[in-house]
Design a protein around this ligand. Structure first.
Ligand SMILES: [Fe+2]
Length: 277
């Protein structure tokens, strides 16, 4: 029990519908690999059968505290503020896990980390949370989910600490949990949806993926500040720090499947699934 799976996932609007390839929305072959990777990642989650998914989206942003959404049922309709033509009217209705969210907050508070527990059906979810869950990872919307924000005032160390608290709380409550980091790797955005990152950024992204695939989490964590400086990952790499905190806290080696790497508007996007060996 505890953390059974860890996922690096993608939420870019171009990948927003499972059936996008058939609906012709992908529009460019550059998007196909990541879209197929997300479908494969959904199968990975289905095989893992987690009780709960804790998801850290780069678009659920708080300024001062880290917000953990413990709402017992997440229900709403999402139109993405910055991509209403691609993500509109997406209904979501999936369970939450108040007990786990409260335990995470308790751990964070005890460690002196500024944090807030949300328990409100009107707490809005962002497309970085809803899109991967509803479109790919749990299309039946049966698995409980606990959204966790990124926090702008948190440095990589604080984000890493949250990953540890997530893994600890899941283990303490006997949850078979999955953690999802929803965000790009290199993230030097340009206009032009199909555009790739530069060669240097791609190389940095591949190096990070190799460290994850090899189970070198400590090395990845030690290198993360340098990587973040050079590749400018989404939200400064806070989602990656949280993911590494969760991985390292378990003290276990995970079996990694690297599904895909692809572009979106100059960003690099990895789809990687890791299951506790
Ligand atoms: Fe994003």
């Amino acid at each position: 029990m505890g953390l059974a799976g860890v996922y690096l996932s993608v939420h870019t609007p171009r990948y927003c519908t499972y059936d996008a390839a058939f609906a012709g929305k992908l529009a460019h072959p550059n998007f196909q690999a990541v879209r197929d990777g997300m479908v494969a990642q959904g199968r990975h989650v289905a095989a893992l059968t987690p009780d709960v998914i804790v998801i850290n989206s780069c678009h659920l942003v708080a300024t001062f505290p880290t917000v953990v959404d413990g709402t017992p049922r997440h229900e709403g309709v999402l139109t993405a503020q910055e991509a209403p033509e691609l993500i509109h009217g997406v209904a979501y209705d999936f369970p939450g896990d108040f007990e786990l969210a409260a335990a995470m907050i308790e751990g964070g508070r005890a460690a002196g980390l500024p944090c807030t527990l949300a328990n409100d059906v009107h707490y809005p979810l962002d497309y970085g949370t809803v899109m991967p869950l509803v479109c790919y990872l749990d299309r039946a919307q049966r698995i409980a989910a606990v959204p966790v924000s990124v926090c702008l005032s948190a440095d990589l160390g604080e984000s890493f600490a949250w990953g540890r608290h997530i893994a600890r709380a899941a283990a303490a409550l006997g949850r078979r949990a999955a953690f999802v980091a929803s965000g790009s790797v290199s993230h030097k955005l340009v206009r032009g949806p199909e555009r790739w990152p530069g060669a240097a950024e791609q190389e940095l992204d591949h190096r990070l993926a190799r460290l994850l695939a090899d189970g070198d989490y400590d090395k990845a964590w030690a290198w993360l500040p340098e990587y973040a400086e050079a590749a400018e990952p989404e939200m400064g790499g806070r989602h990656l720090a949280m993911m590494l905190g969760a991985l390292i806290e378990t003290g276990r080696r995970f079996e990694a499947t690297v599904h895909a790497y692809g572009p979106s508007s100059g960003s690099g996007n990895y789809v990687i699934s890791m299951a506790a060996a």
